[in-house]
Design a protein around this ligand. Structure first.
Ligand code: CU
Length: 154
């Protein structure tokens, strides 16, 4: 019995030390789940069969997450892109830091819909599903805005 008690104590101590070693990233050591909220989503009215989507994902939880994919009835080919030197580059995922946010904005990160099945018109809404590495999928409606819409300029 004595040996066993010592063993358990030893494991507990190691875990405590490991946690202490991560103290600079205190949010990650709490073990709480990501808590994601999507806001400010929109889609500029597409002028071809190519459409883009923008939104902000806020993570108020203590664990980082990743946006890994997007699905929608609008298109069978949806990818996520970042922009570098005005060129779009496909990425596998976007980080959503604990206590931080992921911004998909004009001129930067965005969702790309190719070969859209119909062209959404201003005033309509497009339903999309966001898929994450850890959190459950979130369904959001993107209002369709005028083609040149950019909230950053308002
Ligand atoms: Cu793109």
């Amino acid at each position: 019995m004595t040996r066993r008690a010592t063993f358990v104590l030893g494991v507990g101590l190691t875990a405590a030390l490991a946690l202490a070693g991560c103290s600079s990233d205190s949010s990650a050591s709490t073990g709480s789940a990501p808590e994601l909220k999507v806001s400010e989503g929109y889609m500029p009215q597409p002028v071809s069969d190519l459409a883009a989507g923008f939104l902000i994902v806020t993570n108020s939880g203590g664990t980082a997450d990743k946006l890994t994919s997007v699905t929608s009835d609008l298109s069978d080919k949806i990818t996520i892109h970042r922009t570098e030197n005005q060129k779009m580059l496909m990425v596998k995922s976007f980080d959503i830091p604990a206590g931080g946010e992921l911004d998909l904005e004009r001129g930067g990160n965005h969702i790309m819909f190719e070969k859209v099945k119909q062209r959404p018109q201003q005033g309509q809404k497009v339903t999309i599903q966001l898929h994450f590495e850890k959190a459950d999928p979130i369904e959001v409606e993107l209002p369709v805005k005028e083609t040149t819409y950019n909230p950053a300029q308002h």
